[in-house]
Design a protein around this ligand. Structure first.
Ligand SMILES: NC(=O)c1ccc[n+]([C@@H]2O[C@H](COP(=O)([O-])OP(=O)(O)OC[C@H]3O[C@@H](n4cnc5c(N)ncnc54)[C@H](OP(=O)(O)O)[C@@H]3O)[C@@H](O)[C@H]2O)c1
Length: 350
């Protein structure tokens, strides 16, 4: 693409901000030109404003950019948000009001009735909420969000099964420490240990899953009418959230039906060949001991969800294991794919 679209990042100095910077390197459509952070860092060179935590060092393309105040005005129209949740509500709204397209990774607006909570392979039609949002709020811009990092893994794993009528879900996570940001959980707490609590995570997973798998009804999303229970655990894994899932259907399909549904699953991002879309959004691994975070989280640049161990469940109908990269498919990669979907709909031009 000759004329790439200039983009910015709010919260560029944080852990997720750094993942955005890395993921956007060499992007064929988006050209990262603007970095925002708190007043503490405004005016500094990016290299002096943060400590780079990811492999490979600070990319040269951003090291000398000057960190900007997080106020609308001189930022590009499209901004990705990786801001601290304590400040994201007001700042994202101010940007949307001023005409920016805010593609946010923060939790703040996800469950608002007129805000799309997108997984492009599952609910691209939820973008139809945007005109309602702009009308109701009088905004020239818009806010679109991606789910929590464990929710995206679960919903990608369930997506091929949606046509069979999902009635009940029990999901137990084993979540990587990178999902807690930096410095995250103290090493004394997590090494050789499991922490069976992640504040707010279970409620987020339950509500977000129902919204993502729900139906667009003109001006709102009707949640999936499935009962859902989540157990969320932090485990000593660096990258990759694993989710053990039991699922019940309104009419029980055969195991062969479900396997065929996984193998045949493809969606709008693949059909449109969006630059960050994996060739196969969901892949089934035949080995009895897969998926594993160390071996499978990075598949297709971290954008594919891996499923394995699909079998009968003696309590609900079937059970399986799903795995995805929490900071890529669960954060920066998810938001970039959302923006690519919006661009493919012409929504970045209007
Ligand atoms: N960590 C993950 O894997 C993960 C996964 C999914 C979602 N999330 C969500 O993503 C967001 C960022 O998480 P994180 O782990 O990257 O957090 P983080 O490392 O603490 O970074 C927070 C960012 O917000 C900026 N910020 C703080 N106060 C600000 C203010 N008053 N005005 C403007 N910017 C401000 C910080 O800038 P300064 O450096 O200048 O303070 C920094 O760039 C959070 O909402 C989190 O819930 C995180």
């Amino acid at each position: 693409m000759q004329n790439r679209i200039e983009v910015g990042i709010l919260g560029a100095t944080g852990m997720v901000g750094q993942h955005f910077i890395r993921f956007l390197q060499g992007h064929p459509w988006f050209d990262l030109k603007w970095l925002g952070a708190s007043d503490r860092n405004t005016g500094k060179k990016y290299r002096d404003a943060m400590t780079w935590h990811l492999a490979g060092g600070t990319p040269d393309t951003v090291a000398d950019l000057t960190v900007q105040e997080s106020k609308p005005g001189n930022a590009p129209k499209l901004v990705f948000s990786a801001m601290d949740a304590g400040v994201a509500t007001e700042i994202e709204r101010a940007f949307a009001e001023a005409g920016h397209v805010v593609v946010s990774n923060s939790r703040n607006h996800r469950m608002e009735q007129d805000v799309p909570l997108l997984v492009p392979e599952i609910n691209p039609d939820h973008l139809r909420l945007v005109p309602c949002q702009r009308k109701a709020r009088g905004w020239k811009g818009q806010i679109v969000t991606n789910p929590n990092c464990s929710t995206v893994v679960l919903t990608m794993g369930l997506a091929p099964f949606k046509p069979f009528g999902i009635a009940r879900i029990v999901a137990t996570t084993m979540q990587a420490i990178s999902g807690a940001g930096y410095p995250g959980v103290a090493s004394m707490d997590i090494l050789g240990n499991v922490i069976p609590f992640i504040g707010g995570e279970e409620a987020k997973m339950e509500q977000e899953t129902q919204k993502i798998l729900g139906e667009f009804r003109g001006d709102r999303i009707e949640p999936l009418p499935a009962r859902m229970s989540a157990h969320c655990n932090r485990v000593p894994v660096v990258d990759g959230h694993t989710v053990c899932v039991s699922v019940e259907f309104s009419a029980k399909p055969s195991l062969a039906d479900l396997r065929h549904a996984i193998d045949a699953f493809t969606a709008v991002p693949q059909q449109r060949r969006l630059p960050s879309a994996p060739l196969r959004p969901v892949i089934y691994l035949e080995e009895a001991n897969r998926p594993q975070p160390r071996k499978d989280a990075d598949r297709e640049r971290g954008m594919t969800a891996s499923i394995g161990r699909l079998r009968e469940c003696p309590v609900l109908d079937y059970k399986f294991v799903a795995l995805g990269h929490n900071t890529v498919r669960g954060a920066a990669g998810a938001a970039v794919l959302n923006a690519e979907l919006m661009h493919s709909e012409g929504m970045l031009d209007r």
